[in-house]
Design a binder for this molecule. Structure first.
Ligand SMILES: [Ca+2]
Length: 477
């Protein structure tokens, strides 16, 4: 079988709760992604895909290299990526693929930080702009393109496809959107979209953060309190009560967020149409994902970082008609660290020996997690301890099907971008069957003492297995 073309579309901060096929807290306004849903319907939807560190650059480094952040070095937003590391695009190119990257890179610029392994790239500097963005090109130049970033990225992707299609070699194209990242600036054509629709508050919007580690209360990501005027675009109406202001800010946030998502989905639709029109749909692996999840008002928050579900979960849908049965749903605990080996496996290329993930191929071929002997515990580590804006404490953790253990270990571990402030370590343990919204830690509950000990052993064992250091001053059980 001819190796597939690979089209990887990576959005930025696109929560599963804002992807129609994942449902979402509201049945109507969140169903704004018909084209992404089409990929899922004609392929597979992964319901338990997680990131290994819910932050932009670290997740991107993991996707490219198939390694955890303590291996690839991108632990925080202040750690630039050394692009000389083994990564799937270069391995594919070396094997004869034509490769390209369009859009957000966010792994540093210049010298060893520029994209590598691509026949062609054109990227936004750092976060980039939504309107009339500057792009950096392979020849070291930069130029402004007029228009809306999401549309321009799709335009450039289609341009490149037009140049390489028809050749004998397969292609691999990474389309990496800026949207729907903060500050959520929609396209002009979507400026009033959803104005007439209700957007329900999540059940946990008025969370008081009791029953969790102090880290939850200390985070500065509250929609009602911490969003600035650039986020909200308007001053609030006068005379609002505290409750009314919270609801107003939530709606303001969600309207712009969802409008940004709609443009991303339209771009996916254009790419799918192109594959249909050029007869490539059968031979192309289409992947849609986001670098991490995002809080859409759950626990009162925006942003990500925490190991709580909304932040941890990456939407992940794939279509490859020659392998994946239509309408497949997988609950395997897949991770962003698995992507590189999956793409290489489908391309018939050996992974680099240092890669730490697993090929999802058996799952794509229809095996259940059990049949595939898939992992039953997933490791997580957020390193950017108490940054000056979001103020989320560093933590590590492990999740299984029904438990999640989180350890706020109290230190920045001297990582760039992390505070040197020390705080008291804390543990959280959640029973995900009884408490799927993660509202009541049972780490202090004597009835769960055995669970806690077992999960702590699992966490430390995974850290050792993956080669991560245990936190300073920490004594394992
Ligand atoms: Ca992101």
């Amino acid at each position: 079988m001819r190796p597939p073309n690979i089209l990887l579309v990576v959005a930025d901060d696109h929560a599963a709760n804002a992807v129609g096929c994942y449902g979402g807290p509201d049945g109507s306004t969140h169903r704004v992604t018909p084209h992404i849903d089409r990929v899922a319907g004609e392929g597979v939807r992964f319901d338990e895909c997680g990131c290994t560190n819910s932050l932009c650059s670290p997740s991107r480094a993991t996707i490219l290299t198939g390694t955890y952040n303590h291996v690839n070095g991108v632990t925080t937003l202040s750690t630039e990526f050394d692009a000389r590391q083994p990564a799937f695009p270069e391995l594919l190119r070396d094997a004869g693929y034509r490769t390209a990257l369009i859009g957000k890179w966010h792994l540093g610029h210049g010298g060893v930080h520029d994209p590598r392994g691509f026949n062609h790239w054109e990227v936004l500097p750092d976060q980039g702009d939504y309107h009339d963005p500057t792009f950096l090109t392979m020849d070291g130049q930069s130029h402004v393109r007029e228009g809306y970033a999401t549309d321009l990225i799709t335009d450039l992707a289609l341009d490149w496809l037009g140049e390489v299609e028809g050749g004998d070699e397969p292609w691999c194209l990474l389309v990496q959107h800026k949207a729907p990242h903060r500050p959520w600036e929609p396209a002009a054509r979507h400026a009033t979209l959803f104005d007439d629709e209700e957007i329900d508050l999540p059940d946990t919007f008025f969370d008081d953060y009791e029953g969790r580690a102090l880290a939850a209360k200390e985070a500065r990501m509250r929609v009602a309190r911490d969003m600035n005027t650039e986020d909200l675009k308007q001053e609030p109406p006068e005379g609002l009560s505290e409750d009314e202001h919270a609801r107003w800010a939530f709606r303001r946030y969600m309207l712009d967020y969802l409008r940004c998502v709609v443009a991303v989905d339209e771009g996916v639709g254009r790419l799918l149409d192109h594959l249909d029109e050029t007869g490539q749909a059968e031979d192309t692996l289409v992947v849609y994902t986001s670098d991490q999840g995002f809080f859409l008002g759950e626990h009162g928050w925006y942003d990500k970082r925490f190991m709580y579900r909304e932040s941890l979960q990456m939407p992940l849908v794939m279509r490859y008609p020659r392998m994946i049965e239509r309408g497949t749903v997988s609950d395997a605990l897949v991770l962003n660290v698995d992507f590189a080996q999956t793409f290489l496996d489908l391309a018939g290329v050996d992974p680099h020996p240092r890669m730490q993930g697993r090929s999802m191929r058996p799952l794509l071929e229809g095996a259940s997690a059990a049949e595939a002997g898939w992992r039953d515990a997933a490791y997580y580590r957020y390193w950017e301890h108490l940054d000056g804006i979001h103020h989320v404490a560093a933590h590590r953790g492990v999740r299984t099907r029904d438990r999640k253990l989180v350890h706020y270990y109290g230190s920045g571990c001297d990582q760039p971008g992390a505070s040197s402030e020390r705080i008291d370590p804390e543990w959280e343990l959640f029973d995900l069957d009884r408490d799927p919204q993660e509202m009541h830690s049972i780490a202090e509950d004597p009835a769960y003492a055995e669970d806690l000990a077992w999960m702590r052993g699992l966490l430390d064992g995974l850290a050792v297995e993956l080669g991560d250091d245990l936190p300073p001053d920490y004594t394992s059980t």
